[in-house]
Design a protein around this ligand. Structure first.
Ligand SMILES: [Zn+2]
Length: 442
């Protein structure tokens, strides 16, 4: 290569290098100068559980709600931005509410579509290769499922367990705007009983501490721990003992606490629920066989309940073909879980909505709220579980969960009133995330 060609190539590279950031900053400043968004909203469920407003104008600037005012005001009437013309979104016939939040998803899972393939690797490295390849497959699944979730109106999720490290890349990719999906608060691997030395395996105080520290070091926002068997196993029954020992559970909570992280505990049987609620869990996941003692402990310690009742649809579909050893257990889930969630709610336990999407279908998250109403909550109370309560569970009650000045502008719009028919939330038409319209299906 002669020097002229070298120089040409070098210059071309320089141009590209220079242009890249220039283009990026140009689009960034264009966005900042866009003047934001002005929404004319017929009905606003502004603070779920208390304020429902009619004929409102919502001003959005810099990704946040700047003001909520009575009447349909002129878009140019935004304080301090005479030059910029804000975009007007006409939702005068719609109901606007805070973006919904699902506190129990597994974005990289959806049964039947994992990267469980034959790898053609049969030597001693098979396990290691398989884990790495699965991680890549899981990431692709998670990207697809994240988009489905956001388009269903769920603008924030808590991912409570992934079989790989991809989940942190997904969270960060969405946060940085490279990918489309809900805001993700995520655990890494489950902290689970097992002596296999895989990530998350916990079989002693020391190993449980180590497993927890590894998840924190890799970027976990919370710790998810398995306190009882899965509900898909006979040992997931009401009377089975907790699978984790008290000293192990305490060790996990202590390590998580040393980094100000919360602990979410998977628990079906009563013993595991009560152990976890007593020893410092912030939330009980599933809580299928909670009893009066659980309510007392949970109220006293401020422990949230994340029901995942949507799984009942799977149980109903599968019970006909289940083996004899499972039918009784599955029936006991169907008979108990819903009524006991309602009993906990009545006893003052705070419910935060969570579906177990990944076990159930992604994008079908609003189904969970229908089940709450079926089991006795009012539609308004069901909406509170997926907004105000969820925001508080992840410690973002000052940022998310209501339509008020200063909050992050995560909003959705539906046609049909979810306060009288919760199923209206199944058909979310407009999704706004951080002040940006990410879906408008009208
Ligand atoms: Zn789960």
């Amino acid at each position: 290569m002669n020097w002229k060609r070298l120089l040409r190539r070098a210059l071309a590279g320089t141009v590209l290098v220079c242009l890249g950031p220039a283009l990026a900053s140009q689009s960034e400043s264009a966005r900042q100068q866009s003047g934001g968004l002005v929404i004319h909203a017929g009905t606003v469920i502004a603070v779920p559980g208390s304020d429902v407003l009619t004929d409102q104008t919502i001003f959005v600037t810099d990704g946040r709600i700047a003001a909520v005012r009575d009447g349909f005001l002129d878009p140019t009437d935004v304080a301090g931005s005479e030059s910029a013309i804000p975009e007007l979104l006409d939702l005068r016939d719609a109901v606007v509410l805070p973006g919904l939040m699902d506190m129990h998803v597994h974005l990289s899972m959806e049964f039947g579509v994992e990267g469980q393939r034959s790898y053609g690797v049969s030597d001693q490295y098979a396990v290691q290769y398989r884990a790495a390849k699965d991680d890549a497959y899981f990431l692709v699944n998670a990207i697809v499922n994240a988009r489905k979730t956001l388009e269903a109106g769920f603008t924030t999720v808590r991912n409570v367990g992934a079989d790989g490290w991809h989940i942190f890349a997904l969270r960060d990719g969405i946060r940085d705007g490279a990918l489309t999906g809900p805001r993700i608060i995520t655990a890494g691997h489950l902290i689970r009983m097992g002596a296999d030395e895989g990530p998350g395996a916990c079989w002693s105080v020391e190993s449980c501490r180590r497993a927890t520290r590894v998840q924190i070091d890799m970027g976990a926002d919370l710790i998810k721990v398995v306190a009882t068997c899965s509900g898909s196993k006979p040992c997931g029954n009401e009377f089975a003992p907790s699978v984790i020992l008290e000293d192990e559970f305490r060790a996990i909570v202590d390590v998580a606490g040393s980094r100000d992280l919360k602990v979410a505990a998977h628990a079906h049987g009563t013993d595991g629920i009560n152990l976890a609620a007593r020893l410092g869990a912030s939330s009980i996941e599933h809580g299928s066989f909670n009893n009066a003692e659980s309510h007392r402990i949970m109220v006293e310690n401020g422990v949230y309940l994340v029901p995942t009742l949507a799984v009942q649809d799977n149980i109903r579909a599968d019970i006909g073909s289940a083996g004899d050893e499972m039918v009784g257990l599955m029936q006991s889930f169907l008979d108990n879980h819903g009524p006991r969630i309602f009993a906990a709610h009545k006893a003052g336990v705070t419910i935060a909505a969570g579906t177990d999407a990944g076990v159930t279908k992604h994008g079908n998250n609003a189904r969970e709220l229908e089940l709450y109403v079926e089991h006795g909550l009012t539609p308004e109370e069901a909406i509170v579980t997926a907004t105000v309560n969820a925001a508080a569970l992840i410690g973002m009650e000052d940022e998310l969960g209501t339509v008020e000045p200063g909050r992050i502008a995560d909003l959705i719009a539906v046609y049909g009133n979810p306060l009288s028919d919760i199923s209206a939330l199944r058909n979310v038409q407009v999704v706004i995330q951080g002040g940006r319209v990410v879906r408008d299906a009208r």
